[in-house]
Design a protein around this ligand. Sequence first.
Ligand code: HEM
Ligand code: HEM
Length: 184
Amino acid sequence: MQGLPEVSSPSRRYDGLAVCFHWAVFVLVALACAAIELKGNFDKGTPARALAMGVHEWAGALVLALALPRLLWRLVRGAPAPEPGARWMRLAGEAMHWVLYLFILAQPLLGLLAMNAGGHLLALPSLGIEVPALVAADPALKGTVKALHETLGTAFYLVIGLHAMASLFHHYMLGDNTLRRMWR
Ligand code: HEM
Ligand code: HEM
């Protein structure tokens, strides 16, 4: 947009690692969501369905693997000073960010728990990779955790949608640096 000030002060933008974490997690969440939605198009027992499920589980597990160092980095480095704007908007943005951190930790963890409680391990036998089980097989636990994972998954779509729309609103309607400072 014309007339937007360039982001030049380091204190007004996210550092390179925070930006990499943000967009890597975004790509992995998008992959996990696309895979689980696609899975429903394939018949039970087909390799395509198993592949979609595997992609979902591994993309999700990588989200968890990145979420932990990302959160630590955020706690150590903090965030850039907020863009000028209404107080309620700043508070709502901040609250939304902590909810998103909670999602990227809780959602994959629940997925893993559902899998382990169902008696399965997250594994890539061809590469000799096996993630140790977090809990023993437990059908009752599986039912509860899976239902929670599915409900939270739907809520996650909504929260991500709101978050993305808010950042586009800042960029195109308010014309501030919110999107730019998380971009490069
Ligand atoms: C950011 C990460 C993740 C997101 C956003 C996510 C989201 C979802 C969504 C939206 C569903 C479908 C809910 C429905 O059909 O109503 C689902 C199902 C499922 N997810 Fe995840 N998930 C993630 C990570 C994981 C991980 C790490 C695992 C296991 C290692 C996992 C295992 C499962 C399982 C077993 C199901 C049920 C599939 C079925 O029986 O159809 N998810 N997930
Ligand atoms: C899986 C999807 C996403 C997740 C989990 C996510 C998560 C987050 C989190 C946790 C923060 C806070 C960063 C911090 O202060 O430490 C953040 C900031 C941000 N996100 Fe996302 N995000 C996602 C998708 C998107 C998308 C699609 C866009 C743009 C269209 C976007 C734009 C931004 C922007 C501009 C900021 C910086 C906000 C500010 O400076 O106040 N995010 N995101």
